[in-house]
Design a protein around this ligand. Structure first.
Ligand SMILES: [Zn+2]
Length: 67
């Protein structure tokens, strides 16, 4: 899988998981979501999901709670 170019600054993004890439300027890209701005309370994880009868690992965004 090739790396995407950042929509904000044009640099090549780094892949963390399949379907999830990050740029050092703070923009991330996720399959089905597209480009978004990362915030400090975002945690990225892989979650198992069954899609069309197949078990797949897909990236999900979780939010750190401050409490
Ligand atoms: Zn960028």
């Amino acid at each position: 899988m090739s790396s995407k170019k950042c929509a904000n600054c044009g640099r090549n993004m780094k892949q963390q998981f399949i379907g999830l890439q990050h740029c050092s300027c703070g923009i991330s890209w996720m399959k089905d979501t597209g480009y978004f701005e990362r915030t400090g309370d975002m945690v990225f994880a892989l979650e198992r999901k069954t899609i069309q009868g197949k078990a797949k690992q897909v990236p999900v965004i979780k939010y750190r709670s401050n409490s």
